[in-house]
Structures are given as C-alpha cells and as structure tokens.
Design a protein around this ligand. Structure first.
Ligand SMILES: [Zn+2]
Length: 83
C-alpha cells in the first residue's frame, strides 16, 4: 500500500485522493473529470471563481481555480508525464 486512497466515481475514471489547491484551465482540462478531451461534460450551471495564482499541477502563475471546479482531478495528475 502506498497510502493513497482512490475513490470510484460513476464513470470508470478515478479521482485522485491527492488534489492540488489550485489548478489552471490547461491542467484542469487535461486532468479534470468534467473534461473529456476538449469537451466539457460537467454540470452546465457550475460557477467557478478564478484568480491569478500558482497552479498546483504545472507550477506556472496563471488563472487558477479549485480542483473541484473541474470535477476534481483524475488519478495520476501529480505524477510526471513520461514521454
Ligand atoms: Zn497548470
């Protein structure tokens, strides 16, 4: 066991127990459960509040919001991408 607990959603995608504080739109679209590729599949009425801050995924200073505003991030977001 590595101490990480995975929660099962309605889909087969897994939400990572470990979530960053802030996520930029680029990372949110890549990792958020409400994003399927380039298509938004989350609730139509959801409102997210953005501010300029450091993204917890890519580390860049961008327009960020909470991970929950992307439906939380999929498992593996914090692992470095392997080419
Ligand atoms: Zn980012």
């Amino acid at each position: 066991m590595n101490g990480r607990i995975l929660l099962s959603m309605k889909t087969h995608n897994l939400v990572d127990r470990l979530q960053p504080d802030w996520v930029c739109t680029d990372c949110g679209r890549q990792w958020g459960l409400w994003w399927d590729g380039r298509e938004y599949v989350g609730p139509a009425t959801h409102c997210a509040t953005f501010h300029i801050g450091k993204c917890g995924v890519c580390g860049e200073k961008k327009s960020v919001t909470e991970a929950r505003d992307y439906g939380y991030l999929k498992e593996g977001w914090h692992e470095p991408l392997v080419e």
